[in-house]
Design a protein around this ligand. Structure first.
Ligand SMILES: [Cu+2]
Length: 200
């Protein structure tokens, strides 16, 4: 009788263990990025051998310039940029009433003077201008209409490189994370058969 109880205990321990593997998405929807508190994320989690950690890069951000004030007079765009971390892959969206404003990409010197020395530069003027950030460095934008630039319609941002590419795991180098549902299922069926034999 004691032997049977012992076998049942082994059966329960063996059967339950493979079924509990959990796949953790590190950082959840924030992904693997700077500015996320992973100590906080890990708190209260019970990591076990057989669990997996998935690392996903942070999603690109679409910035609406000025947020719900949009691209217009009377907004301090220097204040708006504070605390924002612009990255390659993000996009800038300039929203405004077409004809009232426009968006002109300029250099740092023209930005300071609110002029455009590049005579062939054509401003964007659709009212919903989307500018993808494709390279790191400083970017300067002004509204080219009237004296809007000198009245504050100017935006300078510093774009940093995208979050580093995530190296994909090489198949076969991490056997500990390979817990296939099928193998767990087959294991459960086998253990159930052993259990029936013991209890018969
Ligand atoms: Cu304007």
């Amino acid at each position: 009788m004691a032997f049977r109880a012992f076998l049942i205990a082994i059966f329960i321990a063996a059967a339950v263990a493979p079924a509990l593997a959990t796949d953790y998405m590190v950082g959840d929807d924030k992904g693997w990025a700077s500015g996320v508190n992973y100590t906080e994320w890990a708190q209260g989690k019970d990591f076990r051998v057989g669990d997996t950690l998935s690392i996903a890069p942070a999603l690109a951000t679409d910035y609406i310039i000025g947020d719900n004030a949009f691209w217009t007079l009377g907004v301090n765009y220097t204040v708006w940029t504070e605390g924002k971390d612009f990255r390659v892959g993000d996009t800038l969206m300039f929203m405004y009433k077409p004809g009232s404003h426009n968006v002109l990409s300029v250099n740092g010197d023209d930005f300071e003077k609110c002029t455009s020395s590049n005579v062939s530069a054509v401003p964007l003027m659709s009212g919903h201008d989307v500018i993808p950030l494709t390279s790191p460095g400083k970017k300067w934008y002004i509204c080219d209409i009237g004296d809007h630039c000198s009245r504050g319609m100017k935006l300078v941002i510093t774009v940093s490189a995208a979050e580093g590419p995530i190296p994909s795991p090489t198949p076969g180098t991490s056997p500990a994370v390979e817990v296939s549902p099928w193998r767990s299922c087959a294991w459960m069926v086998a253990m159930m058969a052993v259990y029936r034999m013991i209890m018969a």
